[in-house]
Design a protein around this ligand. Structure first.
Ligand SMILES: Cc1cc2nc3c(=O)[nH]c(=O)nc-3n(C[C@H](O)[C@H](O)[C@H](O)COP(=O)(O)OP(=O)(O)OC[C@H]3O[C@@H](n4cnc5c(N)ncnc54)[C@H](O)[C@@H]3O)c2cc1C
Length: 376
């Protein structure tokens, strides 16, 4: 008699949820709940705005193209409640119906809201496309752009917009150097790089954010500064202040930290609930909450297999890097620069980045192979 496979519910199929679901589908019965029928990555906002076709190739991928999602039951909707004792999740589906999913293990990978490019709204592909086109068009018409926020997103947007030479681009940030959380050498390098790219960088500017505004739309009014400078008027202002809001409203407060992120231990397991894991931006895994890019998905996949398999094997530990790392500016005409936790950086030529990094590593290794899209 065939043994029934354990049911693993993956909540959220973004950058990390997709990696977890595709791997666990080999040994478990996986249900993936996704707000959109596609991977819509929050990465590389700069290239998304100025080179959307290139961005789409890696970061907007309909689920039907993932070979390894064939074995996953996809539910298009949003989880609205979880009963951790009964192991049930309630999903409000895109068609308005409600479904209850019973699970043996739950992986929370619902990410965070950040600006207009990361959210938990239920959408179809047409709505996703419309958002991408609208933001790009609005910025494309501007002759002066203000970018508020010196993290990876703000820097990526300012650099990519300035390189188009269609607008004067001003980047405002509150510290001495952009990219907090990155190695000091990376922070020094980026300041010089932004100047060379033509970005006017304004350190020491902390924006007075209008009451109730969470930065989820482009704005047109002058920006005021709580640090005392004169207000700055640009045709368009993009807010990338890093005020992230975790998507955890469906979980009981007992499993959340004071900021609303999911509390996890070294195994990315929720204390007191050995069958519940969290990974990605939603997981309070380390001060930088960096389990997405530090291969947390591999830790969760191994540990879920151990737990649902009833094995007593040692669980894998998650190790965070001391500084943020990765690509900040995205793929450019002169290649792709990747910064390291130790402050070093290296550049792949555009050809190598296209072929080896995006073609082989991301598409084949990380995504497990993609079908050509018959309706691009
Ligand atoms: C391998 C890898 C490499 C990376 N490299 C870089 C890099 O070089 N540079 C860089 O800047 N960043 C990099 N990143 C990280 C990236 O910046 C973010 O950390 C990552 O996009 C966050 O992924 P996530 O899955 O946590 O969230 P998201 O990708 O935002 O996915 C969360 C999903 O869950 C959905 N959701 C929310 N609430 C619910 C709900 N109630 N029910 C169902 N679904 C819900 C959301 O709508 C969203 O679709 C990398 C990430 C990975 C995985």
């Amino acid at each position: 008699m065939e043994r029934t496979r354990p049911v693993v519910l993956v909540a959220g199929l973004g950058d990390t949820g997709i990696l977890v679901a595709t791997r666990l589908a080999r040994t478990c019965s996986v249900v993936g709940v996704a707000t959109r029928p596609a991977l819509v990555s929050g990465q590389e906002l700069g290239t998304r705005l100025v080179d959307p076709d290139r961005w789409r190739r890696t970061y907007l991928v309909p689920f039907r193209r993932f070979r390894h999602l064939d074995a996953v039951r996809l539910v298009h909707g949003r989880i609205t409640a979880v009963d951790l004792d009964a192991r049930n999740a309630t999903v409000t589906c895109a068609d308005g119906t409600t479904e209850t999913v019973h699970y043996d293990a739950l992986v929370v990978a619902t990410g965070v809201s950040n600006g207009f490019w990361r959210h938990d709204r239920v959408q179809d592909l047409a709505a996703v496309e419309a958002e991408i086109v609208a933001a790009g068009a609005e910025l494309g018409r501007a002759t002066t752009v203000a970018v508020v926020g010196g993290g990876a997103t703000g820097v990526s947007v300012a650099d990519n917009l300035a390189r188009t030479q269609r607008a004067e681009v001003h980047l405002f940030h509150s510290g001495d150097e952009p990219l907090p959380g990155y190695h000091p050498r990376v922070r020094r390098w980026i300041t010089g790089h932004l100047h060379r790219a033509g970005v006017v960088v304004h350190p020491g500017h902390r924006a007075a954010v209008p009451d109730g505004f969470v930065g989820d739309s482009l704005t047109h009014d002058p920006v005021a500064w709580s640090t005392g400078q004169e207000p700055f008027a640009a045709d368009v202002t993009l807010w990338a202040t890093g005020r992230v809001r975790p998507h955890t409203g469906f979980l009981p407060p007992a499993v959340l930290d004071p900021d609303g992120f999911v509390t996890v231990d070294d195994h990315l397991q929720v204390p007191g609930h050995p069958e519940v894991f969290a990974v990605g931006d939603v997981a309070a895994s380390d001060p930088l909450r960096s389990s997405a890019r530090n291969w947390g998905y591999g830790v969760v996949v191994a540990n879920v297999r151990t737990v649902v398999g009833g094995r007593r094997g040692r669980l894998r530990r998650y190790r965070a890097a001391p500084y943020r790392w990765g690509s900040v500016l995205g793929l450019q005409a002169d290649g792709l620069t990747v910064v390291q936790p130790n402050g070093r950086r290296f550049r792949f030529s555009r050809r190598i980045a296209e072929r080896l990094l995006f073609g082989s590593f991301v598409t084949r290794y990380l995504y497990g192979g993609l079908r050509r899209d018959p309706t691009p």
